[in-house]
Design a binder for this molecule. Structure first.
Ligand code: SF4
Ligand code: SF4
Length: 168
């Protein structure tokens, strides 16, 4: 019997596990423009990300296969992040000593552009503070999911996958 992967036992995937399954974009590519990263390691019958992509950057021979992004074809439009029902697509863009992470954000309140927020890792633990750069509310999202882009210290680029709004 094959061993259950750690990400299934733990309920979250580490960057090391993720990049043992999908290719890791180069630093050069990460600096060029935002690049979409699917954190979707399970073979489930689902393909809206592939269907919405305007450049056919997402390959998935059948809906049961894993989405694999051709990073050179990805134009960073964020439609896959907006439409993914599993909240499994993110975008990463290195800008100087910061990284801009685009992520789904279904919790209320929706942060505002320019607002400082608490950065959370994949387990939901606070790991620092960052600034919201853009907000796409539900009514402007291609799917039902609002998305936000947050600027974080570059060393947290592969840790931060959610935020918490704090308003005293
Ligand atoms: S960001 Fe846009 S171009 Fe890139 S994979 Fe997603 S849908 Fe395709
Ligand atoms: S839409 Fe989301 S959950 Fe569905 S295959 Fe694509 S990345 Fe996975």
């Amino acid at each position: 019997m094959s061993e259950i992967p750690a990400y299934l036992r733990n309920g979250y995937i580490t960057p090391e596990e993720l990049f043992s399954i999908i290719p890791r974009p180069s630093e050069e590519r990460l600096r060029k423009r935002p690049v979409a990263i699917p954190e979707c390691p399970q073979e489930i019958p689902c393909a809206p990300c592939r269907e919405v992509c305007p450049t056919n950057a997402i390959s998935m021979p059948t809906p049961n296969d894993l989405p694999i992004v051709d990073y050179d074809r990805c134009i960073g439009c964020s439609l896959c992040v907006q439409i993914c029902p599993g909240l499994a697509f993110f975008m990463v863009h290195y800008v100087g000593d910061k990284a801009r992470i685009t992520m789904p954000h279904e919790l209320l309140p929706l942060p505002k552009r320019g607002e400082e927020v608490i950065l959370l890792n994949r387990v939901g633990e606070p790991v620092g503070r960052g600034k919201v750069i853009t907000v796409v509310p539900r009514e402007k999202s291609k799917g039902d999911t609002p998305i936000i882009t947050v600027e974080v210290p570059i060393e947290l680029a592969w840790e931060v996958r959610a935020i918490k709004v704090v308003r005293e």
